[in-house]
Write a new protein. Sequence first.
Length: 143
Amino acid sequence: MSLRSSIENYLRFASGRFDKLALTTTSIYDLFDIAKKTEPFNGCRKHYLDQLRSSYSELCKFSHSATLEHMAGIHALAHFPSFDEKAFQIWQTFASTCMNAIATVTLLGQPSLYLNAHFSAKELLDQLLPQAARTSILKGNSL
Protein backbone atom coordinates (compact mmCIF):
# COMPACT_ATOMS: atom_id res chain seq x y z
CA MET A 1 0.00 0.00 0.00
CA SER A 2 2.82 2.42 0.77
CA LEU A 3 4.45 1.72 -2.60
CA ARG A 4 1.13 2.47 -4.33
CA SER A 5 0.90 5.69 -2.35
CA SER A 6 4.45 6.59 -3.40
CA ILE A 7 3.51 6.23 -7.05
CA GLU A 8 0.44 8.43 -6.56
CA ASN A 9 2.39 11.10 -4.70
CA TYR A 10 5.14 11.11 -7.31
CA LEU A 11 2.62 11.56 -10.13
CA ARG A 12 1.06 14.50 -8.29
CA PHE A 13 4.51 15.99 -7.66
CA ALA A 14 5.75 15.55 -11.23
CA SER A 15 2.53 16.53 -13.03
CA GLY A 16 0.94 19.07 -10.67
CA ARG A 17 3.23 21.86 -11.78
CA PHE A 18 2.04 21.43 -15.36
CA ASP A 19 -1.64 20.61 -14.76
CA LYS A 20 -3.25 21.72 -11.49
CA LEU A 21 -5.95 19.07 -11.89
CA ALA A 22 -3.28 16.50 -10.96
CA LEU A 23 -3.24 17.97 -7.46
CA THR A 24 -6.95 17.49 -6.82
CA THR A 25 -8.19 14.52 -8.84
CA THR A 26 -9.27 11.61 -6.69
CA SER A 27 -9.14 8.95 -9.40
CA ILE A 28 -5.64 7.55 -9.71
CA TYR A 29 -6.30 6.30 -13.22
CA ASP A 30 -7.39 9.84 -14.16
CA LEU A 31 -4.15 11.01 -12.57
CA PHE A 32 -2.20 8.70 -14.89
CA ASP A 33 -4.11 10.15 -17.86
CA ILE A 34 -3.28 13.68 -16.73
CA ALA A 35 0.37 12.78 -16.17
CA LYS A 36 0.84 11.35 -19.66
CA LYS A 37 -0.05 14.78 -21.09
CA THR A 38 2.52 16.65 -18.99
CA GLU A 39 6.12 17.51 -19.82
CA PRO A 40 7.83 15.12 -17.37
CA PHE A 41 6.34 12.14 -19.22
CA ASN A 42 6.71 13.34 -22.83
CA GLY A 43 8.40 11.36 -25.57
CA CYS A 44 10.37 8.29 -24.56
CA ARG A 45 9.80 9.10 -20.90
CA LYS A 46 6.22 7.84 -21.35
CA HIS A 47 7.77 4.37 -21.06
CA TYR A 48 8.52 5.06 -17.38
CA LEU A 49 4.96 6.24 -16.78
CA ASP A 50 3.77 2.98 -18.34
CA GLN A 51 6.01 1.06 -15.94
CA LEU A 52 4.55 2.93 -12.98
CA ARG A 53 1.00 2.32 -14.19
CA SER A 54 1.65 -1.39 -14.65
CA SER A 55 3.21 -1.67 -11.19
CA TYR A 56 0.34 0.31 -9.67
CA SER A 57 -2.21 -2.02 -11.25
CA GLU A 58 -0.42 -5.10 -9.94
CA LEU A 59 -0.03 -3.59 -6.47
CA CYS A 60 -3.76 -2.86 -6.36
CA LYS A 61 -4.40 -6.59 -6.43
CA PHE A 62 -2.93 -6.87 -2.95
CA SER A 63 -5.37 -4.42 -1.40
CA HIS A 64 -8.42 -4.44 -3.66
CA SER A 65 -8.56 -7.92 -5.08
CA ALA A 66 -11.25 -10.35 -4.17
CA THR A 67 -9.18 -13.36 -5.16
CA LEU A 68 -8.83 -15.89 -2.37
CA GLU A 69 -5.04 -15.88 -2.62
CA HIS A 70 -4.69 -12.14 -2.15
CA MET A 71 -7.43 -11.84 0.45
CA ALA A 72 -6.02 -14.76 2.45
CA GLY A 73 -2.66 -13.04 2.51
CA ILE A 74 -4.13 -9.75 3.66
CA HIS A 75 -6.41 -11.41 6.21
CA ALA A 76 -3.56 -13.50 7.59
CA LEU A 77 -1.57 -10.35 8.39
CA ALA A 78 -4.26 -9.28 10.84
CA HIS A 79 -3.86 -12.51 12.81
CA PHE A 80 -0.19 -13.34 12.86
CA PRO A 81 2.58 -11.31 11.28
CA SER A 82 5.06 -13.43 9.35
CA PHE A 83 7.70 -12.95 6.72
CA ASP A 84 6.91 -14.39 3.30
CA GLU A 85 10.10 -14.59 1.23
CA LYS A 86 8.27 -15.12 -2.06
CA ALA A 87 5.90 -12.19 -1.48
CA PHE A 88 8.87 -10.01 -0.49
CA GLN A 89 10.69 -10.86 -3.72
CA ILE A 90 7.59 -9.87 -5.72
CA TRP A 91 7.34 -6.60 -3.78
CA GLN A 92 11.06 -5.99 -4.25
CA THR A 93 10.64 -6.29 -8.04
CA PHE A 94 7.82 -3.72 -7.99
CA ALA A 95 9.81 -1.42 -5.72
CA SER A 96 12.88 -1.60 -7.96
CA THR A 97 10.83 -0.88 -11.09
CA CYS A 98 9.16 2.09 -9.41
CA MET A 99 12.41 3.52 -7.99
CA ASN A 100 14.12 3.25 -11.37
CA ALA A 101 11.23 4.94 -13.19
CA ILE A 102 10.90 7.74 -10.63
CA ALA A 103 14.66 8.40 -10.48
CA THR A 104 15.02 8.34 -14.26
CA VAL A 105 12.12 10.70 -14.97
CA THR A 106 13.28 13.06 -12.22
CA LEU A 107 16.89 13.15 -13.38
CA LEU A 108 15.99 13.53 -17.05
CA GLY A 109 13.86 16.52 -16.04
CA GLN A 110 16.52 17.98 -13.76
CA PRO A 111 19.92 16.77 -15.05
CA SER A 112 21.77 19.02 -12.60
CA LEU A 113 20.64 16.72 -9.77
CA TYR A 114 22.76 13.99 -11.36
CA LEU A 115 25.59 16.15 -12.67
CA ASN A 116 26.13 17.92 -9.32
CA ALA A 117 25.59 14.87 -7.10
CA HIS A 118 28.24 13.81 -4.59
CA PHE A 119 30.32 10.96 -6.01
CA SER A 120 28.85 8.44 -3.57
CA ALA A 121 25.31 9.42 -4.57
CA LYS A 122 26.29 9.35 -8.23
CA GLU A 123 27.48 5.73 -7.83
CA LEU A 124 24.01 4.78 -6.59
CA LEU A 125 22.34 6.77 -9.36
CA ASP A 126 24.54 5.03 -11.91
CA GLN A 127 23.12 1.72 -10.71
CA LEU A 128 19.54 2.99 -10.94
CA LEU A 129 19.66 4.83 -14.26
CA PRO A 130 19.36 2.94 -17.51
CA GLN A 131 22.46 3.42 -19.68
CA ALA A 132 20.55 5.38 -22.34
CA ALA A 133 19.25 7.85 -19.75
CA ARG A 134 22.67 8.33 -18.15
CA THR A 135 24.30 8.88 -21.56
CA SER A 136 21.57 11.36 -22.48
CA ILE A 137 22.12 13.36 -19.30
CA LEU A 138 25.89 13.39 -19.76
CA LYS A 139 25.53 14.58 -23.38
CA GLY A 140 23.01 17.25 -22.34
CA ASN A 141 20.23 15.66 -24.38
CA SER A 142 16.71 14.76 -23.36
CA LEU A 143 14.99 11.47 -24.04
